[in-house]
Write a protein that binds this ligand. Sequence first.
Ligand code: NAP
Length: 206
Amino acid sequence: MHICITGVSSGIWLHITQKLTPDHTLTWISRRSIENRINLTHIKWDIRDENLLEKIAKESEAFDYIILNAGVAYFDSCENILPEQHREIIETNLLSTILFINVLLKYNKIKKWIIFIGSIAGKKSSQNGSSYAASKFGLRGFAMQLKNEQRQLWIHIINPKIVSTELHKNSKIQIQWKYKETSLESISSTITSILSWEEKRFEIDL
Ligand SMILES: NC(=O)c1ccc[n+]([C@@H]2O[C@H](COP(=O)([O-])OP(=O)(O)OC[C@H]3O[C@@H](n4cnc5c(N)ncnc54)[C@H](OP(=O)(O)O)[C@@H]3O)[C@@H](O)[C@H]2O)c1
């Protein structure tokens, strides 16, 4: 299987790709590079850079799976988050993902599956992450519409709760999360179940 993943240089997917590498060909997209390994192709791309969208979609082979994982977060009260940070969240987590899917569909580069990495923040109310929640609610809405429209594809959205990764490094405040942690292992085994056709649900809350 050829799998394309956005955002593998740290966090959830750095962990998961280490398990996937032997069996699958991976194309990963991020701004930072990671140690190169067999079956891994790195596209160094800031997914907000629309100038490269067409080129990347046209020049890539078709992917069996595309996993939309790249994301950023700034957690604080709305007025304490800078306008450019709100913009970065919406552009990275939502708009760039929509535009990437748009151009991949246009060039017929998705063979079978799309997997979105959503969040509990896209389903339930919390605090101190207003634009992050907006981006994940939006992503969920996009995924739902796409599922009804692109009947030839399998589409999933996985919603982890809290995962201990670099995503939280920009938080200036200590957030009192009311949710339990989601383990990397449970995300990893969900992906394995999707890849082996055991997991068929559209929305998977972890
Ligand atoms: N950690 C949590 O508690 C949690 C909970 C629920 C959902 N999630 C979601 O899980 C996904 C992964 O997050 P994580 O926890 O693994 O965080 P992370 O360790 O910060 O990883 C984020 C990844 O996204 C990439 N990325 C960010 N901006 C990018 C850009 N403009 N262009 C290309 N790549 C970009 C980063 O790569 P570069 O910096 O190298 O570009 C990095 O590989 C996110 O969508 C997040 O919202 C996380």
